[in-house]
Ligand binder design. Structure first.
Ligand code: HEM
Length: 526
C-alpha cells in the first residue's frame, strides 16, 4: 500500500509555507495599503459635520465625489462607512465580489423594534437564504403575469376612489398596494379602510419609520440604556415605542398568517403566497420553515406598501409639475387604446413613453436615495485600497441616478432620456433603485408591473393639475420630501379631474367591469 507519511508531510509543509508567506504578504500589503480617500475625521463626530445636511446624507456623499472620487471612506460618529458613488464601482463590488459585499450592518435597535425578520436587514446567512428561496418562485419575472388580474382589479378600484373622492389622493394611493398584496400573499381581501390587518401594518410601519429615523437610531445606539428603562419611567419614550412595536409586529405576522392556516384547516385551498410556500416547502411539518414563511409574507406586505406608494407619489408630483409630459402620455394612450376601454398589460409594448415616464420617476426621486446599506463579510483590497471587514457599505443611488454625464440636466424630469429618436426605449431600465448583487429587491418585477399599470390607468382616466385659489389662480406646488431611509414627497394641493367620457360611476363601471365582483358604493370607505 502507498505510504502517505513523508509525502503527505512534505505536501502539507509546502502548503503551510505557501499559506504563511501569502498571509505575511497579505498583512504586509494591508499595512501598506491606504483606506480609500475621504473627508477629514474628528474625534467623536468623525466626518459628520462635512456632510452638510445630516438628514439627507446622500447629498453630502454626492458633494464628496468631486473631492474624493467614486469610493470614499468616512467615519460617521463611531461608524466607519464606505460610500460608493458610481455604478461601475458598485457593479465591481456588489456583483463581482458578491460573497464579500452581501452582508448587512446590524444595529442594537433591530431586536427591540422587531426588525429581525426583515429580509433586507438580515445578516448574509442561512436564515436569509431560506427567505430568498421562499421568495424566488412566486416573484420571479416569469410568475408576474399570474398577478395581472389582481393588479388590474386593484388599480380599477383605485380609479373609483379617485372619481368618488378626488381630494383624498394620498389615501387612495395607500390603498392600492394593500388591495393587491394582501390577496396575493394571504388570499385576504381588505374590507374597509379601518380593516384590522391594514390598520396593524400601518401602525407597525409608522413605529418603524419613527424608530429608524436618523436621529432616533443615533440616540439609541449612543445611549442603549434608554431601552432598559421601565415603561412607566418619565421620558422612557423609546422603551414604550419598542413595546408597542413588538406587539404590532407580532400582530402583523400572526393575524393574516393564521387566517390562511384556518382556511386550510377548514378544507379550503387558498391560492396565495403563504399557502403555496407552506405546501411547496413542507411548512406544515417544519416549524423553522413555517416561521420563515410567516416572516417572508410579512416582509412582502410591508415592502410593497412603502415603496409603491412612495413611487406613485413621485409620479403624481412629476405630472403636476410637468403638464406637457402628462399631455404627451395621454395623447399616446388615446392613440393606442382609444376611449372605449382601459389599459391592459398587453398594451405595454405599444406605449414606450409610459415606460419612459416610469423609469424617469424611479430615477428623478428614488425612494431609497442611498439604497439599503450592505456590509462586508471579510476584508478586501480594491484598486489598491484596503476595505475593512464589517464596514457599512452605502451605494449612493442618488449620485448614480443624478450623474450629469449619464443623465444630463439630472434634476429635470425628462422621460425622453430613456427613448431613442425613433421613440423606442433604450436599454437603460433604471434598475438602480432596486439595490445590488445578491441582495437585489425580490419584488422588483412585481413593483414594475404594479407601478406601470397604475400610472397608465391613472393617465388614461384622470389628469392632475395644480389646485386653484379663490381667484381661480393656480397655487404653486413647492415639493417637500419626507426624511429617513425611504423618502417620498409630502402631500401637496392639487386637482384631480376625470378625462373619460361621461365621467360617471356608471361609465367607469362599464369600462372596468368591476361591479360584478365589488360593491362600488363602498369603495371610498376602503
Ligand atoms: C418601487 C418599488 C420598490 C423599490 C424601489 C424597492 C427597493 C428595494 C431596495 C433598494 C432594496 C434593498 C436592496 C439591497 O440591499 O441592495 C430592496 C430589498 C427588498 N425588497 Fe424591494 N423595492 C420595491 C418593491 C418591493 C416589493 C413589491 C416587494 C415584495 C413583494 C419587495 C421586497 C423586497 C425584499 C424581500 C427585499 C430584501 C432583499 C434581500 O435583502 O435579499 N420590494 N427593495
Amino acid at each position: 500500500m502507498f505510504d502517505a507519511g513523508p509525502g503527505l508531510y512534505l505536501v502539507t509543509s509546502a502548503f503551510m509555507l505557501v499559506g504563511l508567506s501569502w498571509s505575511q504578504k497579505y498583512w504586509n500589503n494591508r499595512s501598506h495599503l491606504p483606506l480609500p480617500p475621504g473627508p477629514p475625521s474628528f474625534p467623536i463626530v468623525g466626518s459628520i459635520l462635512s456632510l452638510g445636511d445630516p438628514i439627507r446624507p446622500w447629498l453630502g456623499f454626492s458633494a464628496w465625489r468631486s473631492a474624493y472620487g467614486d469610493i470614499i471612506y468616512a467615519r460617521l460618529l463611531n461608524k466607519p462607512v464606505l460610500v460608493i458613488n458610481s455604478v461601475e464601482v458598485a457593479r465591481d463590488l456588489f456583483d463581482g465580489r458578491s460573497t464579500i459585499y452581501s452582508d448587512k450592518p446590524q444595529s442594537i435597535i433591530y431586536e427591540p423594534f422587531a426588525l429581525g425578520f426583515n429580509t433586507a436587514l438580515m445578516p448574509y446567512g442561512d436564515r436569509w437564504r431560506l427567505h430568498r428561496r421562499i421568495f424566488h418562485q412566486p416573484f420571479r419575472q416569469a410568475a408576474i403575469s399570474t398577478y395581472h388580474t389582481e393588479l388590474l382589479r386593484s388599480v380599477h378600484m383605485m380609479l373609483f376612489r379617485f372619481l368618488q373622492d378626488p381630494t383624498s389622493y394620498t389615501s387612495h394611493l395607500e390603498m392600492f398596494p394593500v388591495s393587491f398584496i394582501l390577496p396575493i400573499i394571504y388570499d385576504y381581501e381588505p374590507t374597509a379602510k379601518d380593516d384590522r390587518v391594514v390598520h396593524i401594518m400601518g401602525r407597525y410601519l409608522e413605529l418603524i419609520v419613527a424608530a429608524l429615523g436618523p436621529g432616533a437610531t443615533m440616540i439609541i445606539e449612543s445611549f442603549p440604556f434608554l431601552l432598559q428603562l421601565p415603561v412607566w419611567f418619565p421620558g422612557a419614550t423609546f422603551k414604550r415605542a419598542s413595546v408597542e412595536c413588538l406587539q404590532a409586529c407580532h400582530d402583523v405576522m400572526e393575524i393574516p398568517f393564521q387566517h390562511v392556516k384556518e382556511r386550510i384547516s377548514n378544507g379550503h385551498l387558498p391560492t396565495c403566497f403563504v399557502a403555496d410556500a407552506m405546501n411547496r416547502m413542507n411548512g406544515f411539518e417544519n416549524e423553522d420553515i413555517e416561521t420563515a414563511i410567516k416572516e417572508a409574507a410579512a416582509m412582502a406586505f410591508g415592502a410593497a406598501n412603502e415603496t409603491i406608494i412612495g413611487t406613485l407619489r413621485v409620479f403624481l408630483l412629476a405630472m403636476v409639475l410637468h403638464p406637457e409630459v402628462q399631455a404627451k402620455a395621454q395623447a399616446d394612450i388615446d392613440r393606442v387604446i382609444g376611449k372605449d376601454r382601459l389599459p391592459d398589460f398587453d398594451d405595454r409594448e405599444a406605449l414606450p413613453y409610459l415606460d419612459a415616464i416610469m423609469r424617469e420617476t424611479l430615477r428623478w426621486r428614488p425612494v431609497f436615495p442611498m439604497g439599503v446599506p450592505h456590509a462586508t463579510t471579510t476584508s478586501d483590497i480594491y484598486k489598491g485600497y484596503y476595505i475593512p471587514k464589517g464596514i457599512t457599505v452605502i451605494a449612493n443611488t442618488w449620485e448614480m441616478t443624478h450623474d450629469e454625464k449619464k443623465y444630463p440636466s439630472p434634476h429635470e424630469f425628462k422621460p425622453e432620456r430613456f427613448l431613442y429618436e425613433d421613440g423606442s426605449l433604450t436599454s437603460d431600465t433604471m434598475p438602480l433603485g432596486f439595490g445590488w448583487g445578491r441582495r437585489i429587491c425580490v419584488g422588483r418585477h412585481l413593483a414594475d408591473a404594479a407601478v406601470w399599470i397604475a400610472i397608465t390607468s391613472f393617465l388614461a382616466t384622470f389628469s392632475i393639475h395644480k389646485a386653484l385659489d379663490e381667484d381661480g389662480k393656480e397655487i404653486p406646488v413647492i415639493p417637500k420630501f419626507s426624511t429617513g431611509i425611504a423618502v417620498h414627497p409630502e402631500t401637496f394641493p392639487c386637482r384631480i379631474v376625470p378625462r373619460f367620457r361621461d365621467a360617471s360611476v356608471a361609465r367607469l363601471t362599464q369600462l372596468t367591469g368591476l361591479s360584478s365582483s365589488v360593491d362600488i358604493s363602498t369603495l371610498t370607505q376602503i
